[in-house]
Design a protein around this ligand. Structure first.
Ligand code: ATP
Ligand code: MG
Length: 260
């Protein structure tokens, strides 16, 4: 196992980060709209199916409208407003928004949630962007493989004070020689990528005094772990993972681990 700490020589300043986020986050609901429109055309003779896909288009269009409203709010205050939420409910909301993409791309989604993980104090809008980015990256990665399984886990023990959210895909994995660069702004290996998703995730997770890590090996898939302190107290999480079994399983299955 290797652990790397990232120096961020070309980190974006917060205002640029917000502007980049605005441009970038519109892509997630837009992808869903495209998938739902494609499914509507495919099922044009099935009124119930078309209705379902149109509902999803409306939901995603609403997301874009909310996004603009919320980003303008963030820009105004230049700081995150926090709420107490159940992380699994927020993750479910994000997973649900992509459901037509799973159908179009033949992806199975599995969930492993602890029965009562603690609530967390966070900016739900910010964490939603983290989950959306990681889910979209996983979907992109799995387009390259035949076996497509997305596994999401929420692990948390009130005694330790950290909730861990894992998003794992069965994609091709991340090559060793780029693993240490994936969180850098503008780093991308995709033809149409901006290389902003993961740097935005890291920025938002750190705003919550949390950590993000990646466990990956070529041909064995990729797992991203997000570790958020329950009370959002400004402490460094040296050993954020209270679910050692979960981490060991990820390492065994996917190989290398880099913490940021
Ligand atoms: N789940 C994953 N599997 C394989 N590679 C990944 C995965 N997630 C990220 N990567 C790699 O990390 C790079 C950076 O990801 P990031 O989300 O920051 O940017 P992007 O997806 O390329 O573009 P953008 O998110 O701005 O549209 C990707 O181009 C890809 O090479
Ligand atoms: Mg991305």
């Amino acid at each position: 196992m290797r652990t790397a700490q990232l120096n961020h020589p070309n980190s974006l300043d917060p205002i640029s980060e917000i502007v980049a986020m605005l441009a970038h986050q519109i892509n997630s609901p837009l992808s869903c709209i495209l998938a739902s429109a494609e499914l509507s055309i495919r099922h044009v003779n099935d009124e119930i199916a078309v209705r379902k896909h149109c509902d999803n288009i409306i939901k995603c269009a609403d997301m874009i409208r909310d996004l603009n409203k919320k980003i303008l709010e963030i820009e105004k205050s230049c700081q995150f407003r926090t709420e107490t939420i159940a992380p699994a409910a927020l993750l479910d909301k994000c997973l649900d928004a992509f459901k037509d993409l799973y159908e179009v791309n033949h992806i199975t989604v599995e969930k492993e949630y602890d029965c009562c993980p603690p609530l967390i104090r966070c900016n739900p809008f910010g964490l939603e962007q983290v989950f959306n980015n990681l889910i979209l990256n996983a979907l992109d990665a799995m387009s390259e493989v035949a076996y497509r399984r997305l596994l999401v886990a929420v692990k948390g023990d009130p005694g330790i004070g950290v909730v861990s959210i894992w998003i794992r895909d069965s994609g091709p994995g991340i090559p060793d020689n780029i693993l240490s660069r994936i969180f850098l702004p503008n780093f991308t290996t995709k033809k149409s990528g901006n290389g902003l998703g993961l740097s935005i995730c890291k920025y938002i997770v750190e705003k919550h005094h949390g950590k993000i890590e990646v466990v990956s090996r070529e041909s064995r898939g990729t797992s991203f772990g997000i570790h958020i302190p329950v009370n959002n107290s400004p402490k460094i999480i040296d050993n954020p993972i209270n679910d050692q079994g979960q981490r060991a399983a990820m390492e065994q299955e996917t190989g290398l681990c880099h913490s940021y």
